[in-house]
Ligand binder design. Sequence first.
Ligand code: ATP
Length: 309
Amino acid sequence: MASPLPPSPVGVRVRVPAKINLALKVGPPRPDGFHPLATVYQAVSLYDEVHAAWADPEEFEVEVTGEGADLVPLDDSNLAIRAARLLARTHGAHDSLGVSLSIKKSIPVAGGLAGGSANGAAALLACAALWDIDVSAENLRALAEELGSDVPFALMGGTAVGSGRGEEVAPALARGTYHWVLAFGHHGLSTPDVYRRFDELNPDAVQPEIPPALMNALRGGDARQLGAALSNDLQPAALQLQPRLRLLLEAGLEYGALGALVSGSGPTCAFLVDSESDAVDLSVALSAEGLCRTVRRATGPVVGARVIG
Ligand code: ATP
């Protein structure tokens, strides 16, 4: 239950990373419409920040600044608002709770990096701290699952295997730090559109399994092996919907990336390189090609959502 006194008048700030899918294997749609997934997530150092401050009881509001802010809904469909309301309803004295959320975005919207899910995870954590709700890690994870497939991983971070529709996550045995270049597309891709195209292209999809070569590469901390093992079943669908992405992937490989793939449902493309200096070189080269909107460097794995102030 919530304590009667606001413990933190200045608010709580949570930093939450983007994810990429090192492997994304997709099966045929289930009766509930979701697709069974076998995926390996990695959290990378591209962060959104969610700040939570007290608002009047039953007031839930959000403002968004930064990357793609004008594309983010400000009503109850915003994942951060949904997270706050869910926590208040299930774990708090909900008629005495309210929150004013501010989201500073660096993760592109509809980019395949699970920015919305990250904001949901961050809001859960920020509101629990703000309202002084003593919610166990297990309960927090159950709420995250209810909010969406990628939300539990945003809480956990690191490198993890995801199953079910992606919401069942378990840490993966992984060594080393990997250097990534992320190229943002000019326009977002709708996740449902990409899955629809996947279904058209794969009428005989089979139950998904994680590629053993990828797990071996992670266990050995071998970036070159990892680059060769990256895979995404949604990539052909994303490339059909945005054909220019193929040129971007090819350009990155020509400039020496160890591996390249569309992240999740796209259109962000992730390029694995050997070192920080290779990441700088590739970023400059890809920016000059003009095939993407923005290029960012990131490392992974990093921790999941954390309170930073
Ligand atoms: P997915 O998790 O489905 O792969 P994505 O990473 O491609 O999604 P998101 O940035 O999560 O894309 O946004 C998907 C949609 O979610 C957006 O088009 C937007 O309408 C909605 N959305 C709701 N809340 C948020 C939020 N806080 N930040 C970004 N998008 C949000």
